[in-house]
Ligand binder design. Sequence first.
Ligand code: SF4
Ligand code: SF4
Ligand SMILES: [Zn+2]
Length: 276
Amino acid sequence: MEIAFSRLDERVAKFTISGVSTSFANMLRRAMISEVPTLAIEDVRIYDNSSVLFDEMLAHRLGLIPLRTDLDRYVRRSECTCEGAGCPLCTATYTLSVEGPGTVYSSDLIPQDPDAAPAEEKIPIITLDKDQKVVLEAHAILNTGKEHAKWQATTACGYKNYPSITVTEKCDGCGMCIDECPRGVLEPGDGKVRVIGGRLELCSLCRLCERACLAGGIGTEPAIHVGADENRFIFVVEGDGSMPAREIIERALQYIQKTSDDLVDVINEITGEGIE
Ligand code: SF4
Ligand code: SF4
Ligand SMILES: [Zn+2]
């Protein structure tokens, strides 16, 4: 297996993974979406709410705010020594007290732990009119996207097969496929069409170029063929700011490794034989 990153910053990672099956690629995608724990607000104690929103709607909006998550600092409530009562090891506490007129933003949520602050400061929660007021206390806990989307660390996470484009001798360089390509992947060259250097990964495998070529009356076979490498995938992972994109990938791979190890242990226990 080989992994090559073409982009890796705080929020976004783009990488190509080679030498794996579609099943593995999909397992990695699903692990990044639904198995990497993050903090999200789960309990809200509302002391005052004279806004136009019901308490439940307000709590729902608070739950969707991404929170910075240090997974070395927090444990799940179900695994905590407090046995589910809620303590600083498993719970991040926030207070909010705002009086209108004005908009209440995520930055108005004051965290007890500054490392668990909202990932974005300018997420609007509600607009308050004159004399309207919201005063509350909120508690965030760790969980995964499998339980609810508010605990998803990714806002976008997907992959596609690595494209492969070949042009046969039948190509007369008419350029119809170039005009049709929505991704600007093709260009004229040496009497034929060719892929622009560095743009192959942008191909969406839509095959409009093949259709354009056939529409030109070339016969039953287009001169350009678009295929997909079955063992090579391009991933794009966008985080919600709760943790760096790199950590989302690492935590997902650790989850896959741990569940694989657990499965081997179970098989060894059943068969009484050792699998390495
Ligand atoms: S498959 Fe679509 S994106 Fe790819 S080269 Fe053809 S027209 Fe462009
Ligand atoms: S449409 Fe067909 S013949 Fe025309 S440039 Fe493209 S591949 Fe070549
Ligand atoms: Zn606890």
